[in-house]
Design a protein around this ligand. Structure first.
Ligand code: 5GP
Length: 344
């Protein structure tokens, strides 16, 4: 047994240190980024925030709204040719969607069928809870061999060594985060995890050294956390909970005590397993929870609020664009992030 003594940090452990700046208004901050990906060679431009491939979030109607500001949506694993065909506007948003798969044979077949029908889609997201298995790297290699011109996202991992391993196995973009998610119970069920801010800093450094990119996936609770993800070096920040609870997610609105709620659940929760796979296998336990979120209306308002926050973070640290945010970032370690007197 060994203990690593160095303290690792979460978003809530730090704040941006404000810096003198010549920017006069947050309106002037440019949030768009342009990336060229290591293996696919594809170029993408947009605001590098992504919707997670979770029920109620990774949906086509959410994608339609996020795509207006060129943000990406990773569609849930329940999207097949039939479902995508029904959505008539696919051609106008295809640049900003990713097809998500796991590592089962049927996932590979579904991907194949989708990319045959919609060959213009450019992103593949290979998503497993634990990206540390040898089998996962091999599988990633086989997807890379089959689709040399697609931009491949792979994860999740939280350490530099494995971020490098995934890049060397063919990932253009590594997805980073184990256990920080809003409806994730992995840390409770298994005791496994890594504080998200440190995971992002360390994996970004490793992936960038190899000419690849990373996504900070999970753990953002407010626009300030999104900015901290970028400040830490993330190329993309992925959101589940912050994009949940809206009309466009398609969830059923539940009325209770005069308020409206929408159910939101982890992809490994009992609810998700029952819904999609006929229940949990005997040898597994649920690693996600199911919650009732206050209904939040249209997603456009949430998007504006997030982008407004990130723009403002940039002005506080003197970054004229999102591209410069990380260079302009000095984090201060804190023991108290904000005054919660009136927060329930
Ligand atoms: P959030 O933005 O809600 O904090 O985190 C979203 C991320 O949580 C997702 O992109 C995914 O990586 C992770 N996640 C989603 N569902 C589950 C789950 O049931 N269990 C675990 N361990 N992680 C989940």
């Amino acid at each position: 047994m060994r203990i690593e003594e160095e303290l690792k940090l979460d978003y809530s452990d730090v704040l941006f240190r404000p810096k003198r700046s010549t920017l006069s208004s947050r309106k002037d901050v440019n949030l768009k980024r342009t990336y060229r990906f290591k293996y696919s060679g594809n170029e993408w431009s947009g605001i590098p925030i992504m919707a997670a491939n979770m029920d109620g979030v990774g949906e086509l109607e959410i994608a339609e709204n996020l795509s207006d500001t060129d943000m990406i949506t990773c569609l849930t694993k329940q999207h097949d040719v039939k479902k995508i065909k029904k959505f008539k506007k696919i051609k106008s948003i295809y640049k900003n969607i990713a097809i998500s798969i796991g590592i089962k044979d049927e996932d590979f077949k579904r991907l194949d069928a989708i990319l045959k029908e919609f060959s213009f889609i450019k992103f593949i997201c290979i998503d497993v809870a634990n990206g540390y298995s040898e089998h996962f790297s091999k599988y990633l290699k086989s997807v890379r061999d089959k689709y040399p011109t697609k931009t491949i996202i792979a994860g999740n991992v939280v350490t530099a060594d494995m971020a490098q391993e995934l890049v060397l196995s063919g990932a253009d973009i590594v997805k980073v985060g184990i256990g920080p998610g809003s409806v994730c119970t992995t840390r409770i069920q298994t005791g496994v995890g890594y504080p998200q801010l440190s995971a992002v800093i360390e994996c970004a450094d490793a992936a960038h050294g190899l000419g690849a990119h990373i996504i900070a996936d999970g753990g953002c609770t407010c626009p300030g956390d999104v900015a901290k993800g970028f400040g830490a070096g993330a190329d993309f920040v992925m959101l589940g909970g912050m994009f949940a609870g809206h009309d466009e997610g398609g969830g059923k609105i539940i009325k209770s005590n005069g308020s409206k709620y929408i159910e939101f659940y982890g992809s490994s929760s009992d609810t998700a397993n029952k819904k999609h796979y006929g229940g949990l296998s005997d040898y597994r336990s649920s690693e996600g929870r199911s919650v009732k979120l206050k209904y939040r209306g249209k997603i456009k308002d949430t998007i504006s609020n997030i982008l407004g926050g990130v723009r403002s973070s940039c002005t506080y640290v003197g970054a004229p664009s999102l591209k410069q945010l990380s260079k302009c970032t000095t984090f201060v370690r804190v023991s108290n992030q904000f005054n919660d007197t009136f927060v329930k």
